[in-house]
Design a protein around this ligand. Structure first.
Ligand SMILES: *[C@@H]1O[C@H](CO)[C@@H](O)[C@H](O)[C@H]1NC(C)=O
Ligand SMILES: *[C@@H]1O[C@H](CO)[C@@H](O)[C@H](O)[C@H]1NC(C)=O
Ligand SMILES: *[C@@H]1O[C@H](CO)[C@@H](O)[C@H](O)[C@H]1NC(C)=O
Ligand SMILES: *[C@@H]1O[C@H](CO)[C@@H](O)[C@H](O)[C@H]1NC(C)=O
Ligand SMILES: *[C@@H]1O[C@H](CO)[C@@H](O)[C@H](O)[C@H]1NC(C)=O
Ligand SMILES: *[C@@H]1O[C@H](CO)[C@@H](O)[C@H](O)[C@H]1NC(C)=O
Ligand SMILES: *[C@@H]1O[C@H](CO)[C@@H](O)[C@H](O)[C@H]1NC(C)=O
Ligand SMILES: *[C@@H]1O[C@H](CO)[C@@H](O)[C@H](O)[C@H]1NC(C)=O
Ligand SMILES: *[C@@H]1O[C@H](CO)[C@@H](O)[C@H](O)[C@H]1NC(C)=O
Length: 409
Protein backbone atom coordinates (compact mmCIF):
# COMPACT_ATOMS: atom_id res chain seq x y z
CA UNK A 1 0.00 0.00 0.00
CA UNK A 2 1.20 3.44 -0.85
CA UNK A 3 1.27 5.75 2.10
CA UNK A 4 2.70 9.19 1.48
CA UNK A 5 5.31 9.96 4.09
CA UNK A 6 3.90 13.05 5.67
CA UNK A 7 5.37 14.12 8.95
CA UNK A 8 3.63 16.54 11.25
CA UNK A 9 4.82 20.07 10.78
CA UNK A 10 6.33 21.41 13.97
CA UNK A 11 5.93 24.87 15.37
CA UNK A 12 2.90 25.87 13.38
CA UNK A 13 0.58 27.10 16.06
CA UNK A 14 -2.70 28.88 15.72
CA UNK A 15 -2.72 31.85 13.38
CA UNK A 16 -5.43 34.45 13.50
CA UNK A 17 -7.00 35.27 10.18
CA UNK A 18 -9.18 38.31 9.80
CA UNK A 19 -11.22 36.79 7.04
CA UNK A 20 -14.88 36.12 6.75
CA UNK A 21 -15.51 32.52 5.87
CA UNK A 22 -16.50 31.89 2.31
CA UNK A 23 -19.31 29.71 1.12
CA UNK A 24 -17.76 26.47 2.27
CA UNK A 25 -19.39 23.79 4.29
CA UNK A 26 -18.97 23.89 8.03
CA UNK A 27 -20.01 22.00 11.10
CA UNK A 28 -20.89 22.86 14.66
CA UNK A 29 -21.09 20.40 17.49
CA UNK A 30 -21.82 20.58 21.17
CA UNK A 31 -20.63 17.72 23.32
CA UNK A 32 -21.21 16.97 26.97
CA UNK A 33 -19.14 13.89 27.78
CA UNK A 34 -20.09 12.00 30.94
CA UNK A 35 -17.97 9.65 32.99
CA UNK A 36 -19.01 6.29 34.50
CA UNK A 37 -20.67 8.13 37.41
CA UNK A 38 -22.73 10.14 34.91
CA UNK A 39 -20.91 13.38 35.78
CA UNK A 40 -19.72 15.75 33.05
CA UNK A 41 -15.98 15.32 32.52
CA UNK A 42 -15.64 17.37 29.35
CA UNK A 43 -17.77 20.00 27.70
CA UNK A 44 -17.12 21.36 24.22
CA UNK A 45 -18.76 23.53 21.58
CA UNK A 46 -16.77 23.82 18.40
CA UNK A 47 -17.38 25.15 14.89
CA UNK A 48 -15.11 24.11 12.10
CA UNK A 49 -14.47 23.59 8.45
CA UNK A 50 -11.67 22.07 6.46
CA UNK A 51 -10.00 22.40 3.11
CA UNK A 52 -7.68 19.77 1.73
CA UNK A 53 -5.57 20.00 -1.42
CA UNK A 54 -4.21 16.97 -3.21
CA UNK A 55 -2.31 16.17 -6.35
CA UNK A 56 -4.06 14.37 -9.18
CA UNK A 57 -2.64 11.80 -11.57
CA UNK A 58 -2.19 14.45 -14.25
CA UNK A 59 -0.17 16.66 -11.87
CA UNK A 60 -2.84 19.25 -11.16
CA UNK A 61 -3.79 20.26 -7.64
CA UNK A 62 -7.38 19.98 -6.56
CA UNK A 63 -8.98 21.10 -3.35
CA UNK A 64 -11.77 19.49 -1.40
CA UNK A 65 -14.06 20.92 1.26
CA UNK A 66 -15.55 17.94 2.99
CA UNK A 67 -19.25 17.90 3.75
CA UNK A 68 -20.41 16.80 7.16
CA UNK A 69 -22.63 13.79 6.67
CA UNK A 70 -22.84 10.64 8.78
CA UNK A 71 -21.17 12.32 11.74
CA UNK A 72 -20.20 10.02 14.62
CA UNK A 73 -18.26 10.60 17.83
CA UNK A 74 -16.74 7.14 18.25
CA UNK A 75 -13.65 7.16 20.41
CA UNK A 76 -14.60 10.26 22.38
CA UNK A 77 -13.87 9.52 26.02
CA UNK A 78 -13.25 10.95 29.45
CA UNK A 79 -9.92 9.17 29.51
CA UNK A 80 -8.37 7.07 32.25
CA UNK A 81 -5.17 6.88 34.28
CA UNK A 82 -3.05 6.46 31.17
CA UNK A 83 -4.82 8.48 28.51
CA UNK A 84 -6.25 11.94 28.77
CA UNK A 85 -9.74 12.83 27.60
CA UNK A 86 -10.34 13.00 23.89
CA UNK A 87 -12.93 14.21 21.39
CA UNK A 88 -13.07 12.21 18.19
CA UNK A 89 -15.35 13.06 15.28
CA UNK A 90 -15.80 11.00 12.13
CA UNK A 91 -17.64 12.39 9.11
CA UNK A 92 -18.33 11.71 5.49
CA UNK A 93 -16.84 8.45 4.29
CA UNK A 94 -13.23 9.53 4.46
CA UNK A 95 -12.53 11.89 7.37
CA UNK A 96 -11.79 11.89 11.05
CA UNK A 97 -10.72 14.59 13.45
CA UNK A 98 -9.65 14.44 17.07
CA UNK A 99 -8.31 16.57 19.87
CA UNK A 100 -6.80 15.33 23.12
CA UNK A 101 -6.11 16.95 26.47
CA UNK A 102 -3.52 16.49 29.20
CA UNK A 103 -3.43 17.65 32.80
CA UNK A 104 -0.58 19.42 34.58
CA UNK A 105 -0.36 20.66 38.16
CA UNK A 106 -2.32 23.87 37.76
CA UNK A 107 -3.13 23.79 34.07
CA UNK A 108 -4.55 21.57 31.44
CA UNK A 109 -3.55 21.56 27.80
CA UNK A 110 -5.41 21.29 24.55
CA UNK A 111 -2.63 18.95 23.62
CA UNK A 112 -2.83 17.82 20.06
CA UNK A 113 -5.19 18.07 17.10
CA UNK A 114 -5.18 15.31 14.51
CA UNK A 115 -6.91 15.00 11.19
CA UNK A 116 -6.96 12.05 8.86
CA UNK A 117 -8.40 11.47 5.44
CA UNK A 118 -8.60 8.64 2.96
CA UNK A 119 -7.48 9.56 -0.54
CA UNK A 120 -8.49 6.07 -1.73
CA UNK A 121 -12.06 7.29 -1.56
CA UNK A 122 -12.61 8.17 -5.19
CA UNK A 123 -15.97 9.85 -4.60
CA UNK A 124 -14.18 12.56 -2.60
CA UNK A 125 -10.63 12.56 -3.93
CA UNK A 126 -11.27 11.90 -7.60
CA UNK A 127 -8.12 11.21 -9.57
CA UNK A 128 -5.80 11.43 -6.54
CA UNK A 129 -2.22 10.47 -7.36
CA UNK A 130 -1.41 8.95 -3.97
CA UNK A 131 -3.95 6.67 -2.39
CA UNK A 132 -4.14 5.82 1.27
CA UNK A 133 -4.85 7.16 4.71
CA UNK A 134 -3.08 10.43 5.44
CA UNK A 135 -2.69 11.59 9.02
CA UNK A 136 -1.64 15.06 9.99
CA UNK A 137 -1.29 16.21 13.55
CA UNK A 138 -0.08 19.28 15.37
CA UNK A 139 0.69 19.71 19.03
CA UNK A 140 -1.04 23.00 19.67
CA UNK A 141 -0.39 22.97 23.44
CA UNK A 142 -2.81 25.67 24.50
CA UNK A 143 -2.47 26.10 28.28
CA UNK A 144 -5.61 26.75 30.30
CA UNK A 145 -5.88 27.07 34.10
CA UNK A 146 -7.64 24.12 35.71
CA UNK A 147 -11.33 24.61 36.43
CA UNK A 148 -11.67 27.29 33.71
CA UNK A 149 -13.64 27.34 30.51
CA UNK A 150 -11.58 28.13 27.43
CA UNK A 151 -13.36 30.44 24.98
CA UNK A 152 -12.34 31.56 21.55
CA UNK A 153 -14.81 33.30 19.27
CA UNK A 154 -12.14 34.45 16.85
CA UNK A 155 -11.31 32.51 13.76
CA UNK A 156 -8.33 30.25 14.33
CA UNK A 157 -6.61 28.77 11.33
CA UNK A 158 -4.35 25.77 11.59
CA UNK A 159 -2.32 24.76 8.54
CA UNK A 160 -0.85 21.30 8.46
CA UNK A 161 0.71 20.15 5.20
CA UNK A 162 -2.13 20.07 2.67
CA UNK A 163 -4.87 20.62 5.22
CA UNK A 164 -6.30 23.97 6.31
CA UNK A 165 -8.49 23.81 9.40
CA UNK A 166 -10.66 26.74 10.47
CA UNK A 167 -12.15 26.91 13.94
CA UNK A 168 -14.35 29.48 15.59
CA UNK A 169 -16.90 29.72 18.39
CA UNK A 170 -14.81 27.35 20.48
CA UNK A 171 -15.89 26.76 24.09
CA UNK A 172 -14.19 23.91 25.90
CA UNK A 173 -13.44 22.65 29.37
CA UNK A 174 -11.66 19.38 30.07
CA UNK A 175 -11.11 17.89 33.53
CA UNK A 176 -14.41 19.33 34.73
CA UNK A 177 -14.51 19.17 38.54
CA UNK A 178 -17.43 17.62 40.38
CA UNK A 179 -19.47 17.39 37.18
CA UNK A 180 -20.12 21.14 37.01
CA UNK A 181 -18.64 23.27 34.25
CA UNK A 182 -16.83 26.34 35.48
CA UNK A 183 -18.07 29.90 35.30
CA UNK A 184 -14.47 31.11 35.12
CA UNK A 185 -13.54 31.98 31.57
CA UNK A 186 -10.16 31.92 29.95
CA UNK A 187 -10.10 33.80 26.63
CA UNK A 188 -7.74 33.00 23.80
CA UNK A 189 -5.27 35.79 22.95
CA UNK A 190 -7.16 36.55 19.75
CA UNK A 191 -10.32 37.31 21.72
CA UNK A 192 -8.62 39.58 24.23
CA UNK A 193 -9.08 43.30 23.65
CA UNK A 194 -6.20 44.51 21.53
CA UNK A 195 -3.46 46.22 23.49
CA UNK A 196 -2.13 49.42 21.97
CA UNK A 197 1.63 49.85 21.52
CA UNK A 198 2.21 52.18 24.49
CA UNK A 199 -0.97 52.55 26.50
CA UNK A 200 -0.51 56.13 27.74
CA UNK A 201 -4.20 56.73 28.36
CA UNK A 202 -6.68 54.04 29.23
CA UNK A 203 -9.46 53.97 26.71
CA UNK A 204 -12.15 51.37 26.97
CA UNK A 205 -11.69 48.86 24.21
CA UNK A 206 -14.89 47.01 23.41
CA UNK A 207 -14.55 43.46 24.61
CA UNK A 208 -14.30 41.08 21.73
CA UNK A 209 -16.30 38.48 23.62
CA UNK A 210 -19.31 40.21 22.11
CA UNK A 211 -18.25 39.58 18.51
CA UNK A 212 -20.88 37.33 17.01
CA UNK A 213 -19.66 33.89 16.06
CA UNK A 214 -19.73 33.63 12.29
CA UNK A 215 -22.53 31.22 11.54
CA UNK A 216 -22.75 30.29 7.96
CA UNK A 217 -26.12 30.61 6.29
CA UNK A 218 -27.37 27.60 4.35
CA UNK A 219 -27.63 27.81 0.55
CA UNK A 220 -31.04 28.88 -0.73
CA UNK A 221 -32.81 26.40 -3.01
CA UNK A 222 -36.03 26.44 -5.00
CA UNK A 223 -38.17 23.33 -4.74
CA UNK A 224 -41.12 22.54 -7.00
CA UNK A 225 -43.98 20.08 -7.01
CA UNK A 226 -45.68 19.38 -10.30
CA UNK A 227 -48.94 17.68 -11.19
CA UNK A 228 -50.81 17.26 -14.48
CA UNK A 229 -51.61 21.00 -14.51
CA UNK A 230 -47.96 22.06 -14.20
CA UNK A 231 -46.26 23.46 -11.10
CA UNK A 232 -48.65 23.34 -8.15
CA UNK A 233 -46.31 24.12 -5.26
CA UNK A 234 -43.34 26.50 -5.04
CA UNK A 235 -40.88 26.90 -2.20
CA UNK A 236 -37.64 28.90 -2.06
CA UNK A 237 -35.66 28.67 1.13
CA UNK A 238 -32.39 28.03 2.92
CA UNK A 239 -32.76 25.26 5.49
CA UNK A 240 -30.74 24.53 8.57
CA UNK A 241 -31.61 21.49 10.65
CA UNK A 242 -30.89 21.44 14.37
CA UNK A 243 -30.95 18.01 16.02
CA UNK A 244 -30.32 17.47 19.71
CA UNK A 245 -29.79 13.88 20.79
CA UNK A 246 -28.40 12.84 24.16
CA UNK A 247 -27.42 16.46 24.78
CA UNK A 248 -25.34 16.54 21.58
CA UNK A 249 -26.50 19.19 19.14
CA UNK A 250 -25.84 18.79 15.43
CA UNK A 251 -26.55 21.69 13.11
CA UNK A 252 -26.77 20.68 9.46
CA UNK A 253 -27.10 23.05 6.54
CA UNK A 254 -29.17 21.52 3.75
CA UNK A 255 -27.31 21.76 0.45
CA UNK A 256 -30.01 22.50 -2.14
CA UNK A 257 -27.74 21.20 -4.91
CA UNK A 258 -27.91 17.74 -3.39
CA UNK A 259 -31.58 17.79 -2.43
CA UNK A 260 -34.49 16.64 -4.57
CA UNK A 261 -38.11 17.58 -4.19
CA UNK A 262 -41.29 15.64 -4.85
CA UNK A 263 -44.76 15.92 -3.38
CA UNK A 264 -48.43 16.16 -4.11
CA UNK A 265 -51.15 18.78 -4.35
CA UNK A 266 -54.86 18.58 -3.68
CA UNK A 267 -57.39 21.34 -2.98
CA UNK A 268 -57.27 20.99 0.82
CA UNK A 269 -53.73 19.78 1.45
CA UNK A 270 -50.41 19.76 -0.31
CA UNK A 271 -47.11 18.17 0.50
CA UNK A 272 -43.48 18.98 -0.27
CA UNK A 273 -41.00 16.14 0.27
CA UNK A 274 -37.24 16.73 0.21
CA UNK A 275 -34.72 13.93 -0.20
CA UNK A 276 -30.95 14.01 0.08
CA UNK A 277 -28.04 11.88 1.20
CA UNK A 278 -28.59 12.33 4.92
CA UNK A 279 -32.23 13.38 4.53
CA UNK A 280 -34.23 10.19 4.00
CA UNK A 281 -37.26 12.44 3.81
CA UNK A 282 -38.32 15.85 5.08
CA UNK A 283 -42.02 16.50 4.52
CA UNK A 284 -43.78 19.83 4.79
CA UNK A 285 -47.57 19.41 4.78
CA UNK A 286 -49.74 22.45 4.17
CA UNK A 287 -53.46 22.72 4.94
CA UNK A 288 -56.29 25.16 4.32
CA UNK A 289 -58.16 26.77 7.22
CA UNK A 290 -61.29 28.93 7.31
CA UNK A 291 -61.58 28.25 3.57
CA UNK A 292 -59.38 31.23 2.74
CA UNK A 293 -55.97 30.79 4.37
CA UNK A 294 -53.19 28.23 4.21
CA UNK A 295 -50.56 27.29 6.80
CA UNK A 296 -47.82 24.79 7.51
CA UNK A 297 -49.54 22.08 9.48
CA UNK A 298 -47.13 19.13 9.60
CA UNK A 299 -43.46 18.33 9.44
CA UNK A 300 -42.42 14.69 9.20
CA UNK A 301 -38.73 13.98 9.03
CA UNK A 302 -36.29 11.09 8.93
CA UNK A 303 -32.57 11.81 8.93
CA UNK A 304 -29.37 9.83 9.15
CA UNK A 305 -27.51 11.26 12.13
CA UNK A 306 -24.53 9.48 13.54
CA UNK A 307 -25.17 6.35 11.44
CA UNK A 308 -28.56 5.98 13.05
CA UNK A 309 -31.97 7.09 11.93
CA UNK A 310 -33.55 10.10 13.60
CA UNK A 311 -37.29 10.41 12.89
CA UNK A 312 -39.86 12.75 14.26
CA UNK A 313 -43.16 14.24 13.19
CA UNK A 314 -45.49 16.95 14.39
CA UNK A 315 -48.93 17.15 12.81
CA UNK A 316 -50.14 20.10 14.81
CA UNK A 317 -47.99 23.04 13.75
CA UNK A 318 -49.10 26.51 12.81
CA UNK A 319 -46.53 28.45 10.79
CA UNK A 320 -46.42 30.36 7.51
CA UNK A 321 -50.03 31.54 7.61
CA UNK A 322 -51.18 33.56 4.56
CA UNK A 323 -54.28 34.05 2.38
CA UNK A 324 -54.94 31.48 -0.35
CA UNK A 325 -53.91 32.86 -3.71
CA UNK A 326 -50.85 34.57 -2.23
CA UNK A 327 -47.41 33.41 -1.14
CA UNK A 328 -45.78 33.61 2.29
CA UNK A 329 -42.44 35.34 2.55
CA UNK A 330 -39.88 35.72 5.32
CA UNK A 331 -36.35 36.90 4.62
CA UNK A 332 -35.23 36.93 8.23
CA UNK A 333 -34.21 33.73 9.99
CA UNK A 334 -37.25 31.94 11.36
CA UNK A 335 -37.31 28.87 13.58
CA UNK A 336 -39.84 26.09 13.22
CA UNK A 337 -39.90 24.15 16.43
CA UNK A 338 -40.97 20.65 15.45
CA UNK A 339 -40.05 19.15 18.80
CA UNK A 340 -37.65 19.81 21.63
CA UNK A 341 -35.07 17.72 19.80
CA UNK A 342 -35.63 19.06 16.30
CA UNK A 343 -35.80 22.57 14.93
CA UNK A 344 -35.65 23.96 11.43
CA UNK A 345 -34.15 27.38 10.83
CA UNK A 346 -35.34 28.93 7.57
CA UNK A 347 -33.66 31.74 5.64
CA UNK A 348 -34.92 33.84 2.70
CA UNK A 349 -38.14 31.89 2.67
CA UNK A 350 -40.92 32.18 0.10
CA UNK A 351 -43.55 29.51 -0.22
CA UNK A 352 -46.80 29.02 -2.09
CA UNK A 353 -48.44 25.63 -1.55
CA UNK A 354 -51.75 26.36 -3.31
CA UNK A 355 -53.13 28.18 -6.37
CA UNK A 356 -49.82 28.58 -8.23
CA UNK A 357 -50.50 30.20 -11.61
CA UNK A 358 -48.11 29.66 -14.51
CA UNK A 359 -45.33 28.46 -12.24
CA UNK A 360 -44.89 31.87 -10.63
CA UNK A 361 -45.32 33.21 -7.11
CA UNK A 362 -48.37 35.41 -6.46
CA UNK A 363 -48.16 38.52 -4.28
CA UNK A 364 -46.42 37.88 -1.01
CA UNK A 365 -47.59 38.29 2.52
CA UNK A 366 -44.50 39.08 4.58
CA UNK A 367 -43.79 37.77 8.04
CA UNK A 368 -43.98 40.32 10.87
CA UNK A 369 -40.20 40.01 11.39
CA UNK A 370 -39.54 41.43 7.94
CA UNK A 371 -41.91 44.33 8.20
CA UNK A 372 -39.78 47.31 9.24
CA UNK A 373 -42.42 49.77 8.02
CA UNK A 374 -44.60 49.00 11.04
CA UNK A 375 -41.87 50.51 13.25
CA UNK A 376 -42.11 53.95 11.64
CA UNK A 377 -45.73 54.73 12.69
CA UNK A 378 -44.89 53.41 16.17
CA UNK A 379 -41.86 55.69 16.49
CA UNK A 380 -43.74 58.68 15.04
CA UNK A 381 -46.74 57.88 17.25
CA UNK A 382 -44.57 57.56 20.34
CA UNK A 383 -42.86 60.86 19.49
CA UNK A 384 -46.17 62.65 18.99
CA UNK A 385 -47.72 61.40 22.21
CA UNK A 386 -44.55 62.41 24.08
CA UNK A 387 -44.88 65.90 22.61
CA UNK A 388 -48.55 66.11 23.57
CA UNK A 389 -47.74 65.10 27.17
CA UNK A 390 -45.03 67.80 27.35
CA UNK A 391 -47.45 70.42 26.03
CA UNK A 392 -50.17 69.38 28.49
CA UNK A 393 -47.73 69.47 31.43
CA UNK A 394 -46.40 72.85 30.32
CA UNK A 395 -49.95 74.13 30.04
CA UNK A 396 -50.91 72.83 33.51
CA UNK A 397 -47.77 74.33 35.09
CA UNK A 398 -48.51 77.61 33.32
CA UNK A 399 -52.09 77.64 34.64
CA UNK A 400 -51.00 76.89 38.22
CA UNK A 401 -48.43 79.70 38.05
CA UNK A 402 -51.03 82.17 36.82
CA UNK A 403 -53.55 81.11 39.55
CA UNK A 404 -50.81 81.61 42.11
CA UNK A 405 -50.16 85.01 40.58
CA UNK A 406 -53.79 86.04 40.92
CA UNK A 407 -53.99 84.87 44.54
CA UNK A 408 -51.07 86.97 45.71
CA UNK A 409 -52.54 90.00 44.18
C1 LIG B 1 -27.59 9.96 33.80
O1 LIG B 1 -28.38 11.11 34.11
C2 LIG B 1 -29.51 11.28 33.26
C3 LIG B 1 -30.23 12.55 33.68
O2 LIG B 1 -29.34 13.50 34.18
C4 LIG B 1 -30.43 10.08 33.38
O3 LIG B 1 -31.50 10.22 32.48
C5 LIG B 1 -29.64 8.80 33.04
O4 LIG B 1 -30.46 7.67 33.24
C6 LIG B 1 -28.41 8.69 33.92
N1 LIG B 1 -27.63 7.52 33.49
C7 LIG B 1 -26.98 6.73 34.33
C8 LIG B 1 -26.20 5.62 33.72
O5 LIG B 1 -27.02 6.89 35.55
C1 LIG C 1 -2.46 13.15 21.94
O1 LIG C 1 -2.42 12.90 20.54
C2 LIG C 1 -1.10 12.95 20.00
C3 LIG C 1 -1.20 12.77 18.51
O2 LIG C 1 -2.14 11.79 18.17
C4 LIG C 1 -0.23 11.87 20.65
O3 LIG C 1 1.08 11.95 20.15
C5 LIG C 1 -0.22 12.09 22.13
O4 LIG C 1 0.47 11.04 22.75
C6 LIG C 1 -1.65 12.15 22.67
N1 LIG C 1 -1.59 12.46 24.08
C7 LIG C 1 -2.27 11.79 24.99
C8 LIG C 1 -2.12 12.26 26.39
O5 LIG C 1 -3.00 10.85 24.69
C1 LIG D 1 -10.38 4.11 2.28
O1 LIG D 1 -11.26 4.21 1.18
C2 LIG D 1 -11.32 3.02 0.41
C3 LIG D 1 -12.22 3.32 -0.79
O2 LIG D 1 -13.45 3.90 -0.39
C4 LIG D 1 -11.86 1.87 1.25
O3 LIG D 1 -11.89 0.68 0.49
C5 LIG D 1 -10.96 1.68 2.46
O4 LIG D 1 -11.49 0.69 3.31
C6 LIG D 1 -10.84 3.00 3.22
N1 LIG D 1 -9.90 2.80 4.30
C7 LIG D 1 -10.22 3.01 5.58
C8 LIG D 1 -9.16 2.74 6.58
O5 LIG D 1 -11.33 3.41 5.92
C1 LIG E 1 -7.02 15.25 -15.38
O1 LIG E 1 -7.49 13.94 -15.54
C2 LIG E 1 -8.88 13.77 -15.43
C3 LIG E 1 -9.20 12.31 -15.55
O2 LIG E 1 -8.57 11.60 -14.54
C4 LIG E 1 -9.58 14.57 -16.50
O3 LIG E 1 -10.98 14.49 -16.35
C5 LIG E 1 -9.16 16.00 -16.39
O4 LIG E 1 -9.71 16.74 -17.46
C6 LIG E 1 -7.65 16.13 -16.43
N1 LIG E 1 -7.29 17.51 -16.19
C7 LIG E 1 -6.35 18.15 -16.90
C8 LIG E 1 -6.09 19.57 -16.54
O5 LIG E 1 -5.74 17.59 -17.77
C1 LIG F 1 -15.27 19.66 44.22
O1 LIG F 1 -15.57 18.97 45.42
C2 LIG F 1 -14.48 18.95 46.37
C3 LIG F 1 -14.89 18.08 47.54
O2 LIG F 1 -16.25 18.27 47.87
C4 LIG F 1 -14.15 20.38 46.80
O3 LIG F 1 -13.05 20.36 47.68
C5 LIG F 1 -13.80 21.19 45.55
O4 LIG F 1 -13.57 22.55 45.91
C6 LIG F 1 -14.91 21.13 44.52
N1 LIG F 1 -14.47 21.81 43.33
C7 LIG F 1 -15.19 22.73 42.72
C8 LIG F 1 -14.62 23.35 41.52
O5 LIG F 1 -16.31 23.05 43.12
C1 LIG G 1 -24.77 24.97 -5.63
O1 LIG G 1 -24.34 25.07 -6.97
C2 LIG G 1 -24.11 26.41 -7.39
C3 LIG G 1 -23.79 26.39 -8.87
O2 LIG G 1 -23.10 25.23 -9.23
C4 LIG G 1 -22.97 27.00 -6.56
O3 LIG G 1 -22.74 28.34 -6.96
C5 LIG G 1 -23.35 26.97 -5.10
O4 LIG G 1 -22.26 27.41 -4.31
C6 LIG G 1 -23.72 25.55 -4.68
N1 LIG G 1 -24.24 25.60 -3.33
C7 LIG G 1 -23.76 24.85 -2.34
C8 LIG G 1 -24.38 25.05 -0.99
O5 LIG G 1 -22.88 24.00 -2.51
C1 LIG H 1 -30.19 24.23 18.26
O1 LIG H 1 -31.07 23.78 19.26
C2 LIG H 1 -30.59 23.97 20.59
C3 LIG H 1 -31.55 23.32 21.55
O2 LIG H 1 -32.87 23.69 21.31
C4 LIG H 1 -30.40 25.47 20.84
O3 LIG H 1 -29.89 25.67 22.13
C5 LIG H 1 -29.44 26.03 19.81
O4 LIG H 1 -29.32 27.42 19.98
C6 LIG H 1 -29.92 25.72 18.41
N1 LIG H 1 -28.89 26.14 17.46
C7 LIG H 1 -29.18 26.78 16.31
C8 LIG H 1 -28.02 27.13 15.44
O5 LIG H 1 -30.33 27.05 15.99
C1 LIG I 1 -23.19 9.67 18.30
O1 LIG I 1 -22.94 8.41 18.91
C2 LIG I 1 -22.16 8.47 20.10
C3 LIG I 1 -21.95 7.06 20.59
O2 LIG I 1 -21.72 6.19 19.52
C4 LIG I 1 -22.88 9.31 21.13
O3 LIG I 1 -22.08 9.42 22.29
C5 LIG I 1 -23.14 10.70 20.56
O4 LIG I 1 -23.89 11.44 21.48
C6 LIG I 1 -23.93 10.60 19.26
N1 LIG I 1 -24.08 11.90 18.66
C7 LIG I 1 -25.27 12.40 18.27
C8 LIG I 1 -25.26 13.71 17.59
O5 LIG I 1 -26.30 11.80 18.48
C1 LIG J 1 -44.32 10.23 8.32
O1 LIG J 1 -43.83 9.62 7.13
C2 LIG J 1 -43.74 8.21 7.20
C3 LIG J 1 -43.11 7.73 5.90
O2 LIG J 1 -43.77 8.23 4.79
C4 LIG J 1 -45.15 7.62 7.41
O3 LIG J 1 -45.04 6.23 7.54
C5 LIG J 1 -45.74 8.21 8.66
O4 LIG J 1 -47.08 7.77 8.79
C6 LIG J 1 -45.72 9.73 8.60
N1 LIG J 1 -46.19 10.25 9.86
C7 LIG J 1 -47.11 11.20 9.93
C8 LIG J 1 -47.49 11.60 11.31
O5 LIG J 1 -47.58 11.71 8.95
Amino acid sequence: MLRPGLSPVQGLGFVLLCLVLGASQSYAFELDLKDSKNATCLYAKWQMNFNISYETINKTTKSVTPGFSNVTYKGSSCGDDENGPKIAVQFGSAFSWSVNFTKKASHYLIDSISFSYNTSDNTVFSGAKDKGIINVSDSVKIEIPLNSMFKCNSLLTLKMNDVVQNYWGVVVQAFVENGTVSKKEFLCDEDKPSTTVTPVTHTTVPSSTTTPTPKEKPGVGTYLVRNSNGTCLLATMGLQLNITQDKVTSVINVNPNLTDSTGSCSPQTSQLRLNGSTIKYLDFVFAVKNENRFYLKEVNVSLLVNDSVFSISNTNLSYWDAPLGSSYMCNKEQTISVSEAFQINTFDLRVQPFSVIEGKYSTAQECPLDDDTILIPIIVGAGLSGLIIVIVIAYLIGRRKSYAGYQTL
